[in-house]
Design a protein around this ligand. Structure first.
Ligand SMILES: [Zn+2]
Length: 270
């Protein structure tokens, strides 16, 4: 299948291609679960719809230049009852504030310039990947990803290795930027990577914002982490290996059947 904006997030595309978020969905270090990831790919499980998702979409639609269309197609953005009926819900009014912060910073507009929502696919580590670059400027040697975050400086506990991490490592944004850079390099047959940038805007009042860039060392490290886990993910996705259940995620909790009872001292705490 040839990827386009209409089918990029479809089940068929998710079966045929792996994306960075699908890949992370298999890895417990990124809050993923093999069984949950497979249920999503097979269409047996849909993640509950959360507003945080819409807020990200709202700001992305602005970057793409399709915000008016997005608002038209998503009536759930508007309050339907009460005094504010017909007006944007309060969190989306705040999205307008976040957009204002971005739009009024010249360096942000420079980082986000170029071609928008560019889809690419290529084989990497023996599997077909799909990526979507929010803003793409090969002539300047950069691409940029736009993220909405709760806050910039929060620390996140990594239960696997027992350390606090920043949000980049915690959400695997370093992997995302590394894979995007490598796929773009492969597709265009260039020797050097474009430099990945992330434009971050926070949901705080007033919003904070920053531009973060990644260097070649970060790209190499990110690809190294993907390489370490990819064979297991390929085996599970292809059906060659049985997915392991984490028994903690939404999917596992909702399909759980107790196999053995626990001694009270076995209860884990996090
Ligand atoms: Zn699970």
């Amino acid at each position: 299948m040839k990827l386009n904006k209409d089918n990029y997030f479809s089940q068929e595309a998710n079966l045929q291609y792996i994306s960075v978020s699908q890949f992370k969905g298999f890895l417990s270090s990124y809050g993923g679960c093999e069984a949950g990831a497979m249920a999503k790919i097979n269409g047996e499980w849909e993640q509950a719809h959360i507003d945080a998702f819409d807020e990200g979409h709202y700001v992305h639609a602005w970057n793409e230049g399709t915000l008016d269309e997005f608002k038209e197609n998503n009536p759930q953005l508007y309050a339907s009852t009460g005094k504010t009926a017909g007006q944007l819900k309060v969190q989306f009014k705040h999205c307008d504030k976040m957009i204002e912060v971005l739009a009024s910073d010249p360096l942000v507009m420079k980082a986000l310039a170029g071609e928008k929502e560019v889809i690419m696919s290529a084989e990497l580590f023996g599997i077909e990947w799909k990526v979507m670059l929010d803003s793409y400027q090969p002539q300047t040697g950069i691409f940029a990803d736009l993220k909405t975050m709760k806050e910039m400086d929060g620390k996140f506990w990594n239960n696997e290795i027992g350390v606090y991490e920043n949000f980049i490592d915690h959400y695997g944004y370093n992997l995302q930027m590394a894979v995007y850079a490598e796929i773009e390099r492969i597709v265009h047959g260039r020797d050097e990577w474009l430099l990945p940038h992330m434009v971050i805007v926070t949901k705080q009042k007033p919003p904070d914002h920053d531009i973060i860039y990644f260097d070649y060392d970060a790209i190499e490290q990110g690809l190294h982490i993907v390489g370490k886990h990819i064979e297991r993910v390929k085996a599970v996705k292809s059906g060659a290996a049985e997915p392991v259940r984490c028994e903690k995620c939404d999917y596992c909790r909702s399909t759980k059947k107790i196999k053995t009872i626990k001694h009270f001292s076995e209860l884990k705490f996090y």
